[in-house]
Design a binder for this molecule. Structure first.
Ligand code: PHE
Ligand code: FE
Length: 283
């Protein structure tokens, strides 16, 4: 092995994947394909089509990067796992998406706390084919470097969590998924739209920055955007004064009571229109 590079980039070594690893990819891929039609937003499904991420096995990053680069100027770089925050943000700011290379084992199909190649590639990369989302993630990387300098990383990380990882989007056909943490999870891609327990609030930058999140179970709260343009525009202002403003306010739990004057909740939006899994009791 060569020494770790300062940007943590490694070789994917695509030729080194075993038949079992490709088979696990196919299993995950086919299962999510079935679940995500009618649940993922159309931008995601179109990105997936455009990338031609195959059901046939783990994709080669070089091939994917060439397609992605032609569409939005992003590339995928292989990294060994979670990388330091500053390294992660610097990659995003330069339109490079750091992806892990390993795939979960067969006995971990449903649950994994750390990202693997299926989450990183199937969850994150298709949306990077969308020009507005592609710009948002680059801006997030730049904002991350800035937040690090200002000491407000935790508040910015919540924005990533509640948008990039666990975001929902309202469409004329109903709520749809765009968060990669949901898109790569069989259980949560159904739960987030169809289960009556989690709450779904309209996107609110300040509330997101104040709201804690849990990493060990399905989310209790989702935030819903109207469009990627709305998300991009709402996050365009300088966050420095917003961090200041929020620093004096208490953090919120995801289960904190909803203030009906401030929060706009989706009570029945979309879920009626999703398909066969809906029961009237969910409204
Ligand atoms: N506008 C943010 C800032 O000033 C940068 C940012 C953009 C952060 C998009 C996140 C997402 O810090
Ligand atoms: Fe992720």
């Amino acid at each position: 092995m060569t020494a770790v590079r300062p940007d943590f980039v490694i070789e994917q070594n695509w030729g080194g994947y075993s038949q079992e690893e490709h088979a696990i990819w196919r299993l995950l891929f086919e299962r999510q394909q079935r679940l995500l039609v009618g649940r993922a937003c159309h931008e995601y499904l179109e990105g997936l089509d455009g990338l031609d991420v195959a059901a046939s096995g783990i994709p080669d990053f070089r091939r994917l990067s060439d397609i992605l680069d032609r569409a939005t100027g992003w590339r995928i770089v292989a990294v060994p796992g979670l990388v330091p925050d500053d390294v992660f943000f610097a990659h995003l700011a330069r339109r490079r998406f750091p992806s892990t290379c390993f795939i979960r084992r067969r006995d971990q199909l449903d649950y994994l706390q750390e990202p693997d190649i299926f989450h990183d590639i199937c969850g994150h990369v298709p949306l990077l084919m969308n020009p507005v989302f592609a710009d948002y993630l680059q801006a997030y990387g730049e904002g991350g470097l800035k937040a690090l300098g200002l000491g407000h990383l935790q508040r910015l990380a919540r924005l990533y969590w509640y948008t990039v990882e666990f975001g929902l989007i309202a469409t004329a056909e109903g709520l749809r998924i765009y968060g990669s943490g949901i898109l790569s999870s069989a259980g949560e891609s159904v739960y987030c739209l169809e289960d009556p327990r989690p709450r779904r609030l309209r996107f609110d930058l300040r509330r997101i920055m104040r709201t804690r999140y849990r990493i060990d179970d399905f989310q209790q709260l989702y935030f819903v955007i109207d469009s990627f343009q709305q998300l991009f525009d709402a996050t365009r202002p300088d966050f420095a004064p917003i961090y200041q403003e929020i620093a004096v306010l208490p953090d919120l739990e995801p289960t904190a009571p909803i203030d009906r004057d401030l929060d706009r909740e989706f009570v029945d939006v979309g879920r009626k229109k999703i398909g066969p899994h809906i029961s009237a009791a969910q409204v």
